[in-house]
Design a protein around this ligand. Structure first.
Ligand code: SAM
Length: 276
């Protein structure tokens, strides 16, 4: 066993987001060996457990019983039992329940370990073709359009890729709302990740709004606001050239260096320098 089950531990276990083959040996081993599996929906997790011939006791932990179930789980840990927390798909706590529990278990000082697996947001991001250097995982927008509109307004100037989860019956309305509030931008609808009909619809928000019916599980990714070209004042550039000349650089060389640094034409800067 790759982890020490003798230590009382809460395991946060990521489960498949559609393709059961993505349950790693470590996920299966953990779910087999813990004393209790706390699941969002026991019927759903039972399918996973049956598939892998796992017979561990399940208890339910969902957004409507988080407080009480957290106390029950802490009582199990107090008794020296190990617990795994899973959600219906992907990582627990990522647009899924678990925050209350982890916060309380951490405060109690018990060990918390993660068992890695798929996550819809990251799968979608890496295949999207949008910038992956920096990104924001937003999760679900508010289901009330007026509140969602406000959330989008707050994100309007955000310069990095934004990742949203959305239900299929709301995606068309959400795309329209995004277009209205963020303006037309590159966007990607990532559907049915890791499943047979995995698909990426890449285009602009305007183009995606025209698609008649979008079915299946969906992640929406939208490009961040493009950085505005900074207006370059040639008087400032002239001062920088003078500074370099003062430091001993040849005038022609200084013009060339400053022009390339600010991405302006060397000839334009040369002309400005000598005429002003
Ligand atoms: N905990 C999960 C995770 O780590 O990705 C997310 C759970 S959240 C309740 C469910 C949402 O995740 C769906 O509405 C959809 O937006 C997205 N999602 C989950 N599985 C997906 C899949 N196979 N393809 C596309 N989106 C998926």
């Amino acid at each position: 066993m790759s982890q020490n089950l003798n230590k009382v531990t809460l395991f946060l276990v990521a489960t498949p987001i559609g393709n059961l083959s993505e349950a790693s040996p470590r996920v299966i081993e953990t779910l087999k060996n813990v004393d209790i599996i706390a699941c969002e929906d026991t019927r759903n997790t039972l399918k996973l457990l049956t598939h892998f011939d796992i017979h561990t006791r399940m208890i339910s932990y969902h957004k409507f019983n988080e407080e009480k179930a957290s106390q029950d789980i802490i009582a199990f840990l107090d008794e020296g039992k190990s617990v795994a927390l899973v959600s219906d798909a992907g990582y627990p706590l990522i647009s899924d329940p678990g925050y209350t529990l982890v916060n309380e278990v951490a405060a109690k000082g018990y060990t918390i370990n993660t068992v890695s697996g798929p996550n819809a947001a990251l799968n979608a991001l890496v295949a999207s073709g949008l910038n992956t250097n920096h990104y924001l995982f937003y999760g679900f927008l508010n289901s009330k359009p007026s509140a969602a509109r406000k959330e989008l307004r707050d994100l309007k100037d955000f310069p990095y890729t934004m990742i949203f989860y959305e239900a299929p019956h709301r995606i068309t309305k959400t795309l329209r709302l995004c277009l209205e509030e963020l303006g037309n931008r590159r966007a990607v609808v990532a559907r049915e990740l890791t499943k047979l009909h995995e698909e990426y619809l890449r285009g602009t928000l305007e183009e995606l709004c025209e698609i008649e019916s979008l079915k299946g599980e969906i992640v929406l990714l939208i490009e961040g606001k493009e950085k505005e070209e900074v207006e370059v004042d040639f008087n400032d550039l002239k001062e920088e050239v003078d500074e370099l000349v003062k430091e001993g650089m040849k005038k022609k060389e200084a013009i060339s260096q400053v022009a390339s640094q600010y991405k302006v034409s060397k000839n334009d800067l040369y002309d400005f320098y000598h005429k002003s």
